[in-house]
Design a protein around this ligand. Structure first.
Ligand code: PLP
Length: 399
């Protein structure tokens, strides 16, 4: 018998399944609001100006493509820390945070999960209900028991913080809690500053291990404001992990640029955990890639490119916000009882619109508009050319 005959069939996650169905759809008007990619006012995945300039410089230099350090270069790691913690942050001088270049945000989560699996084998990992599809699979595959904590309130379109807090209080000490720092995927609902102020000390009191996922820094309120929860944890003095992704903020999805930051109590503990992470990487993929990280490093460290990147990121953020306002106002007016107004308050690339699975199916079948069955739409894929059609289609299926 074949070695592979015993493999259980398992479905792809819903996003990948819809992506394949979308690709196979031959209708010319098909529109994909299911995938998490930002497109510009013309519906194109942007090539950011600063990224293009950094790439030109990189090619002109024609540097040898030798191996990169296991943890990535120091300028890259320093730039990631400054972006997370703020350039003047006290923690930058304490040498208790280790940053390692990773294979996108997913690779950062995976590397963090592998490190934690050595330290807390079989621990419970709590993820928000709902969360990014891959969190559950990724932590389960690393050997953890994955549970969820209440998060989204369909009634308000925001976070049910009371229920979330109560569930976290019931977790055993040593449980790992995955938190979206900003721009929650899939709902767009974020904790308020007051809720973070309550949650950060609670995590320490209960002995919970925070693992922050920040895949959309710059898409919510701005680069600094979006990292406020990370900075709050840093100031609290507790140990935690952060997975950064630069896929969206640099529009460099396929280059797979990200970083894992592990914050330890002091610099000698940081050295120990950094060495462990490096050993795990060495036995996994040995060294990270060069190109994408070199581009991000150049943009983050060259003042002119940095300023231009921040401008273009702000343009993306403001464009999404404009789409949110149009969507919320138009749908709220047509269906005042459906809670569509929350779309305007939600942050980042996605919104939980409150559309039912049946409505999402009709949106796809009758109107060629792909949304997730959960009602998640990618607001960042809307533009002046397609928004009226999308709003009319949602209006029609919501009747
Ligand atoms: N975390 C969240 C919450 C995400 O939404 C995503 C991407 O969709 C990731 C992590 C993974 O990012 P990357 O594509 O850089 O691996």
């Amino acid at each position: 018998t074949s070695l592979f005959a015993g493999i259980q069939d398992a479905p792809l996650d819903p996003i990948m399944r819809l992506f394949e169905a979308f690709n196979a759809d031959t209708r010319p008007g098909k529109l994909n609001l299911a995938i998490g990619v930002y497109t510009d006012a013309e519906g194109k995945v942007p090539r950011l100006r600063a990224v293009q300039e950094a790439e030109r410089r990189w090619i002109d230099k024609a540097l040898p493509k030798t191996y990169r350090p296991i943890e990535g270069t120091k300028p890259f790691r320093d730039a990631v820390q400054a972006l997370l913690f703020g350039s003047g942050a006290a923690i930058l001088g304490e040498s208790r945070a280790a940053t390692l270049q990773s294979v996108g945000g997913t690779g950062a989560l995976k590397m963090g999960a592998d490190v934690l699996a050595r330290l807390k084998p079989g621990a419970t990992v709590a993820v928000s209900d709902p969360t990014w599809e891959n969190h559950r699979a990724l932590f389960a595959q690393a050997g953890f028991t994955v549970v969820d904590y209440p998060y989204f309130s369909a009634d308000t379109g925001g976070v049910d913080y009371g229920a979330m807090r109560a569930a976290l209080e019931r977790l055993p000490a040593g449980a790992i809690v995955v938190l979206h720092a900003c721009c929650h995927n899939p709902t767009g609902a974020d904790l308020t500053a007051e809720e973070w102020a309550d949650l950060v000390p609670l995590m320490a009191e209960r002995g919970l291990i925070p693992f922050l996922d920040i895949a959309y820094q710059g898409f919510g309120l701005g680069l600094d404001a979006d990292a406020a929860p990370v900075r709050r944890f840093a100031e609290s003095g507790q140990e935690f992990l952060v997975a950064s992704s630069f896929s969206k903020s640099f529009s460099l999805y396929g280059e797979r640029v990200g970083a894992l930051t592990i914050v330890a109590a002091d610099s000698s503990l940081r050295a120990k955990v950094e060495a462990l992470a490096k050993r795990l990487v060495r036995a996994s993929y040995s060294n990270p890639h060069t190109h994408g990280a070199a581009i991000v490093e150049t943009v983050l460290t060259d003042p002119a490119l940095r300023a231009d990147w921040e401008r273009e990121l702000a343009e993306m953020r403001e464009r999404i916000q404009a789409m949110r306002v149009r969507m919320a106002d138009s749908l709220q007016q047509r269906h005042p009882d459906r809670g569509f107004a929350a779309i305007k308050v939600q942050k980042g690339m996605f919104s939980y619109t409150g559309l039912t699975p049946d409505e999402a199916t009709r949106l796809r079948e009758d109107h060629e508009v792909y949304a997730l069955e959960t009602g998640r739409v990618c607001v960042a894929a809307l533009n002046a050319h397609n928004i009226d059609r999308v709003l009319d289609a949602i209006d029609a299926v919501a009747r």
